[in-house]
Design a protein around this ligand. Structure first.
Ligand code: AMP
Ligand code: TRP
Length: 342
């Protein structure tokens, strides 16, 4: 192991995470990702990335991609990511992501990728027509994480399988090349709200790609829109029970109770105890107040930041330079292990 690599290997707790700049940032992204990123900043060295290279695995209008990259960065900062403390940048700025992902394309196995449920969901019946990038996307995600030897990755539950693949790739690389270069990265899946479901169908996750805007709470929705979406959210005619496990089989009710619990940082049981015997008319009013009080300041801050794109660009540039400093010696060790002349 080179001197640089051994020094870096002593970094025990480095967090890496990312989200795609594909528009419609929503409550699921906030509760499943950004909020947790913010909480980890005090205890870990954190690197947060707007993964624009992942975004182009499906068609993106170039001008919109640029705007949405800035919007995503604004959302991270508005949620509380501190770009002075943490590193915040867009993926395509650091060429090591592409370089390492190529190497991983040659380490990862077809059989492993064939098991990825996100690919199956996204490709659907259209398998022959999707980009090859969409198929090898998990290898790029592994490269994002391992380019910095990140030890921990906070993500929503839906990304767990990609994290397992990242560990398989790290292990196979270390084994095949006889090195101890990459750590076995751990997922961090935090608390209530790890999976926020659609407001129209409690069995589907809240998603930026759902054609129905009423299915999700967007981080840039105004107060009236938020209130209307919650009022119209699908529920049932039953009352709230005393305990959360009595919500079994009532997916929409479970989701709304979960959102309330996550935003107020109390347990689902406590929410049920507080609203026991009440109907969803009353509960939705209380939920609206909670959602508005938590999201309105974030929405405001996002707007303020987006009015100053040059500030966002300077943050991403600075973050990119700091990320590159960490990535360069690690990538050099990888290339040496593979046998590339430089
Ligand atoms: P995506 O919007 O798919 O790019 O995801 C960005 C981040 O938000 C990832 O960490 C996801 O796990 C998380 N996320 C996306 N949708 C949800 C959801 N409905 N519930 C919880 N977390 C989510
Ligand atoms: N695949 C993740 C998603 O869709 C985004 C992502 C790309 C990511 N690279 C990552 C998340 C690295 C965590 C770590 O949500």
């Amino acid at each position: 192991m080179s001197d640089t690599a051994s020094t870096l290997a002593t970094v025990k707790n480095r967090v890496f995470s990312g989200a795609q700049p594909s528009g419609n940032m929503h409550l699921g992204n906030y509760l499943g990702a950004f909020r947790n990123w913010v909480r980890l900043q005090d205890t870990y060295e954190c690197i947060y990335c707007v993964v624009d290279m992942h975004a182009i695995t499906v068609w993106q209008d170039p001008a919109e991609l640029t705007a949405q990259t800035r919007e995503a960065a604004a959302a991270y900062i508005a949620a509380g990511v501190d770009p002075k403390n943490s590193i915040l940048f867009n993926q395509s700025r650091v060429p090591g992501h592409a370089e390492l992902s190529w190497i991983f394309n040659c380490v990862s196995r077809l059989g492993w990728l064939n098991r990825m449920t996100q690919f199956k969901d996204k490709a659907g019946k259209n398998r022959e027509k999707v980009s090859t990038g969409l198929y090898i996307y998990p290898n790029l995600m592994a490269a994002d994480i391992l380019l910095y030897k990140a030890t921990h990755v906070p993500v929503g539950e839906d990304q767990k399988q990609h994290l397992e693949l990242t560990r398989d790739i790290a292990q196979k690389f270390n084994h095949d090349f006889g090195v101890e270069l990459f750590p076995l990265t751990e997922p961090i899946i935090m608390g209530e709200g790890a999976r926020v479901m659609s407001l129209r169908d409690g069995t589907k996750k809240m998603s930026k790609s759902d054609p129905s805007d009423a299915s999700r709470i967007n981080l840039n929705d105004d107060t009236d829109t938020l209130a209307r979406k919650i009022r119209k959210a699908k529920t049932d005619a039953e009352l709230l029970p005393a305990k959360a496990d009595m919500l079994e089989g009532r997916a929409e009710a479970q989701n709304l109770v979960g959102i309330y619990a996550a935003l107020t940082d109390i347990s689902r049981d406590q929410v049920c105890a507080d609203f026991e015997g009440k109907g969803f008319g009353d509960f939705k009013k209380a939920l609206t107040d909670v959602v508005v009080s938590k999201l309105a300041p974030i929405t405001e801050e996002m707007k303020r930041l987006q009015a100053d794109p040059s500030y966002i660009d300077s943050v991403l540039k600075d973050g990119g330079e700091r990320a590159q400093m960490i990535a360069a010696p690690i990538l050099a060790d990888v290339k040496k292990a593979v046998g590339f002349l430089s």
